[in-house]
Write a protein that binds this ligand. Structure first.
Ligand code: KG4
Ligand code: ZN
Length: 337
C-alpha cells in the first residue's frame, strides 16, 4: 500500500510517500520532501501565523509534486493529512489540499493527529517490531507530553507541560541570549563549549511525582541571570546554554524514567523536534542503563524528529480510519484524548 502524507501544521510544508507490504508492519520511505519557512521567521524572532500560512500556500503544490515525482498519483492508495494541533491558517492549506486530492482522485482520506505523528516517526524505516506497552515522550516546540501506548492508536495521556513546552523553553531562552529563532539546535551547539554547572538553575517540578512539566520558571531564571551580567560575552552565552540545556534535559529524563518505572513498558519512544538533541538522546540511553531498565529505546533519525510528512503517513497506516473528505476538518486545538 502506498500512502501520500501531507503536513502543514506550522512552518514546514511537507509531503511524503510511504510504502508498506501486506505481510509485515515495515514502512519504507519512498520520498520525504520538507520545505521550511523558518528563515523568514528567524528575522522576526518567532512565527507570525499569517506569514506562515502564506508560505504554506506558496509551497504546498511544489512540495507534493516533488514527493510524487516517481510515483504517479494513480498509484497512491490513500492520502493522509495533519488536521491538528497547529496554526489554523497553516493547517487549512494542507487539509483543503488533501480534501481536493481525495475528491478528484477518489482516494480514501485519513485525518492524523500531529502528536501521534511524532510518535509514529519511530516506525519509519524500522526493520524490527516495536513491542507494547510503550511509553512515549513527545517533546516539540508546542508540546511536552508523556503518554502510555497500549497498542496502535490506544494512547493514554499521562501528563504534560503546564506552561511552556521544552522546545519553546529552548526558543525563549535563545531569544534572551540574542540567538536566532528557533534556538534549540544552536543552544545544543553552543552548550558544547559551556559548563553545565556554571549557573544554578531551577529544575521545575522535577520531584513532583507526577508526569507534568513546567518550564516557564526556567526562562525567568535565565532572564534574571542575563540582567545581572554586565557583558554577555561568548563564554557566558555558552555557559548559559549548557546550564539551561542541562536543566531542561534533567527534568525530561527524570520524568520519563518515573513513567518507565511506574508502567514497566517494553519500549520507550521519543519524538518531536527536541528529540533531535544529541545530548538528550545519549543521556537518556545512559540513564536507562544506569537504572537497570532494560527496555528498548527508540528515537527517530534526526530529520524525522522535526516536522515531516513521513510520520503523518505512517501514523495513518497504523490507525487507518479514513473519512469522507466532507467530514475532514482542521482542528487547531486537537490533543491526546
Ligand atoms: O517538532 P517540531 O519540528 O515542531 C513542533 O511540532 O513544534 O519542533 C521544533 C522545536 C523547536 O522549539 C526547536 O527549538 C526544537 O524543536 N529543537 C531542538 C533541537 N532541534 C530542534 N531543541 C533542542 N535541541 C535540538 N537539537
Ligand atoms: Zn511537530
Amino acid at each position: 500500500m502506498r500512502i501520500l502524507g501531507i503536513e502543514t501544521s506550522c512552518d514546514e510544508t511537507a509531503a511524503a510517500v510511504i510504502e508498506t507490504d501486506k505481510n509485515s508492519d515495515r514502512v519504507r520511505l519512498i520520498s520525504n520532501i520538507i520545505s521550511s519557512s523558518l528563515p523568514l521567521h528567524s528575522k522576526t524572532g518567532g512565527i507570525i501565523p499569517e506569514v506562515a500560512a502564506r508560505e504554506q500556500i506558496k509551497y504546498i503544490i511544489p512540495v507534493i509534486e516533488k514527493a510524487i515525482k516517481n510515483i504517479p498519483l494513480t498509484q497512491i492508495d490513500k492520502i493522509a493529512v495533519t488536521i491538528g494541533p497547529g496554526l489554523i491558517g497553516s493547517l487549512l492549506v494542507g487539509v483543503e489540499t488533501a480534501k481536493t486530492l481525495s475528491f478528484v482522485l477518489n482516494k480514501p482520506l485519513i485525518p492524523v493527529n500531529h502528536l501521534f505523528g511524532h510518535i509514529y516517526a519511530n516506525w519509519v524505516g524500522l526493520k524490527e517490531e516495536i513491542n507494547f506497552p510503550a511509553i512515549a515522550l513527545v517533546v516539540s516546540g508546542g508540546h511536552t507530553d508523556l503518554v502510555l501506548m497500549e497498542s496502535h492508536g490506544k494512547i493514554k495521556w499521562l501528563g504534560g507541560t503546564r506552561d511552556d513546552a521544552a522546545g519553546e523553553a529552548f526558543d525563549k531562552i535563545g531569544r534572551l541570549l540574542n540567538l536566532s529563532y528557533p534556538a534549540g539546535s544552536l543552544i545544543e551547539k553552543l552548550a558544547k563549549d559551556g559548563n553545565p554547572n556554571a549557573y544554578n538553575l531551577p529544575r521545575p517540578m522535577i520531584d513532583s511525582n507526577d508526569f507534568d512539566f513546567s518550564f516557564s520558571g526556567l526562562k525567568t531564571a535565565i532572564l534574571r541571570e542575563v540582567n545581572t551580567i554586565k557583558k554577555l560575552d561568548n563564554k557566558k552565552i555558552s555557559d548559559l546554554c549548557a546550564s539551561s540545556q542541562q536543566a531542561i534535559l534533567e527534568v525530561l529524563i527524570k520524568k520519563t524514567l518515573f513513567a518507565v518505572k511506574r508502567f514497566n513498558p517494553k519500549s520507550l519512544l521519543l519524538g518531536g523536534g527536541v528529540a533531535a538533541n544529541q545530548r538528550l538522546r545519549d543521556t537518556l540511553a545512559i540513564s536507562l542503563i544506569n537504572n537497570n531498565l532494560s527496555l528498548k529505546l527508540l528515537i527517530p533519525e534526526k530529520i524525522l524528529c522535526t516536522d515531516n510528512a513521513a510520520m503523518i503517513a505512517t501514523a495513518a497506516y497504523f490507525n487507518s480510519a479514513d473519512l469522507p473528505w466532507k467530514k475532514v476538518n482542521a482542528n487547531p486545538e486537537l490533543y491526546f484524548d
